[in-house]
Design a binder for this molecule. Structure first.
Ligand SMILES: Nc1ncnc2c1ncn2[C@@H]1O[C@H](COP(=O)(O)OP(=O)(O)O)[C@@H](O)[C@H]1O
Ligand code: SF4
Ligand SMILES: [Mg+2]
Length: 353
């Protein structure tokens, strides 16, 4: 274990024993499918995209919880439901012990200042016609924060400084097209920080960036967490990124968690066949290391027709008859490592290097 890994592991343990900031219980988000008149006669029942289909987890104060999984597994919808940018179909989300579903408009607006989101694509999410000042100060305007023009400018400069766009005065009057991808992502983070939030959903913040600047942005997010006491729900399809930044990792498949546990456990002792398949697909970085590749058959099924029993069974090399019939319970494998597989801990060992 490197120095960083061991201090991170200690940090993770302390966080785990601390307070819960976000509680998610049985969260579902089903989008109705508009099938048209003929299909509705054919199917006789309404169809739904089961984007999120029964999620339960906590996010601790100060934690970096990563949700990982293939594209379309419901990560973004989960993040949006947790911020109530999308109303859940079912389930409960609490933030600092407040049930978000029970808040009125004003209470929700007040709480929104504390919960922010940054988006995947810094090219699309920043309005090209707005100056950096306009973009970063927007949340102050939306939330009608009573500030004089010079105080507002001061807040924007402070936010730009905090994401290391320095000297901030050189950036404030520029436009997005004058900046690199990494600098734009910093702008997006500055905008999210300007209201001094304590929770941030970071939705694939580095996946559109050049590999060479990914670590820079990840390190910036980690530094901000420490300096400002932030908590993150970090979304990524990239397990190398997840392992780098997470205290805990949750692996999603077709709207459900397959495995959730401390980052090191999930990355180096994965117990769910799906996690193993994802991990064996990540290059080790060392060309002399041969990885035993777990096979992953075919594409994920449509979230409209979720397979019965274990939803991973059509692609699982270990599937048995029970997997088709029964939904696996979450098995606690110790150290808060939870796995939704009938055979967790009983499958052959694989070597992860
Ligand atoms: N507003 C929507 N209406 C209908 N289907 C949606 C909507 N948003 C997302 N979906 C569907 O929900 C599933 C999960 O999407 P998403 O949460 O974006 O996944 P991820 O972020 O993991 O790629 C996908 O099948 C997607 O097409
Ligand atoms: S429950 Fe069965 S199908 Fe599902 S992951 Fe485990 S072994 Fe595979
Ligand atoms: Mg997404």
């Amino acid at each position: 274990m490197t120095m960083r890994e061991s201090s991170f592991a200690e940090d993770a343990r302390a966080i785990r024993e601390g307070d819960t900031l976000v509680k998610v219980r049985g969260l579902r988000k089903w989008f109705p499918v508009n099938t048209g008149f003929l299909s509705s006669l054919l199917y006789k029942q309404e169809l739904f995209v089961k984007a999120v289909d029964g999620l339960t987890f906590d996010i601790k104060k100060g934690e970096v919880l990563v949700l990982a999984g293939e594209s379309g597994c419901g990560k973004t919808t989960t993040g949006r439901c947790i911020l109530y940018l999308e109303s859940p179909t079912d389930g409960l989300v609490t933030y600092a012990d407040q049930d978000l579903g029970a808040l009125d408009r004003n209470e929700m607006k007040e709480l929104r200042k504390r919960m922010q989101i940054t988006f995947q694509d810094p090219y699309e999410s920043l309005n090209p016609k707005q100056s950096i000042y306009g973009i970063v100060s927007e949340p102050l305007v939306v939330h009608k924060i009573p500030l004089t023009p010079s105080q507002k400018r001061e807040r924007v400069l402070e936010a730009l400084e905090s994401v290391a766009l320095t000297p901030a005065i050189d950036y404030i009057d520029r436009y997005p097209h004058e900046l690199s991808g990494g600098q734009r992502q910093r702008i997006s983070v500055a905008r999210a920080l300007i209201l001094h939030p304590d929770f941030m959903v970071a939705d694939e913040p580095v996946s559109m960036l050049d590999v060479s600047i990914r670590a820079e942005i990840l390190n910036l997010l980690l530094e901000l967490r420490e300096e400002l006491g932030l908590t993150y729900l970090f979304i990524t399809h990239d397990l190398a990124v997840a392992t780098y930044i997470a205290h805990r990792i949750g692996i999603m498949y077709l709207g459900k968690l397959m495995e959730l546990g401390p980052s090191h456990e999930v990355a180096f002792n994965p117990l769910h066949p799906y996690t193993r398949a994802l991990i064996s697909a990540v290059p080790s970085g060392d060309p002399t290391v041969k990885r035993r590749v777990e096979s992953l058959k075919g594409e994920p099924p449509s979230p409209i027709n979720v397979p019965p029993g274990c939803r991973f069974h059509p692609r699982c090399p270990y599937a048995q008859e029970i997997c088709v019939r029964e939904v696996p319970e979450d098995r606690d494998m110790g150290d808060e490592h939870v796995v939704a597989c009938h055979f967790a801990g009983e499958l052959p060992e694989i070597e992860i290097t």
